[in-house]
Design a protein around this ligand. Structure first.
Ligand code: VGL
Ligand code: ZN
Length: 195
């Protein structure tokens, strides 16, 4: 990271679901999911220095959530409220004034986007956020849904590509194209391109 911060006070860094269950060894492991942590931590440093808002989301399901295979859903049981697997990766830097949001808490309805039922769009508008920078897990599931919602809510939305990994890499590649086609700016390294 260069000495001069890239982010600005009216930016938000949104770290999606960097939770133990999505990391190698976890219940719904994303290949190389742990690789997002160093990349995100560099962005957190930048956000703190530039006084940008930092947000971390957690997938936070009740037992017997509708998305679990036991109920006919697509996913193994993961991120059950209060379990170690639902915890954020211990090496992720989360500033003391970061905003934490939890989603997927309704037992009969899934919520992939960090904006779904969390009040995050209203919070961003209250705080004067104009640009949202998104990283985390998983690129083809909750990051995708979060980026598309951020765009729909009218934010200039940037995807931190190296700070995301996909459950299924071929779906990840499709999700990148879809996010870009929907208006997201894909950031391919830790610096921001000139614009
Ligand atoms: C996620 C699958 C199920 C995610 C959450 O955070 O990407 N993926 N629940
Ligand atoms: Zn989930």
């Amino acid at each position: 990271m260069a000495a001069t911060p890239k982010l600005r006070p009216e930016d938000a860094l949104l770290m999606v679901d960097v939770q133990r269950d999505f990391l190698p060894g976890g219940a719904l492991a994303v290949p190389d999911g742990d690789r997002v942590v160093d990349a995100l931590n560099a962005w957190v440093d930048d956000a703190v220095r530039s006084k940008a808002l930092v947000v971390a989301s957690q997938d936070w399901h009740p037992k017997d959530h509708v998305s679990f295979t036991g109920r006919g859903g697509p996913w193994p049981e993961h991120c059950v409220q209060g379990t170690p697997g639902a915890g954020l990766h211990p090496a992720l830097s989360v500033p003391l004034d970061a905003v934490l949001v939890r989603k997927g808490m309704d037992v009969d309805r899934d919520a992939y986007s960090a904006f779904d039922g969390t009040g995050l769009a209203a919070l961003f508008k209250d705080r004067g956020v104009r640009r949202v920078f998104v990283g985390g897990l998983a690129q083809d599931v909750c990051v995708r849904a979060t980026v598309l919602d951020a765009l729909r809510a009218g934010f200039e939305t940037h995807l931190l590509v190296e700070a995301t990994r996909a459950v299924d890499p071929s779906q990840g590649a499709r999700a990148l194209e879809e996010m870009q086609a929907s208006g997201a700016v894909l950031e391919n390294d830790r610096g921001l391109g000139a614009r």
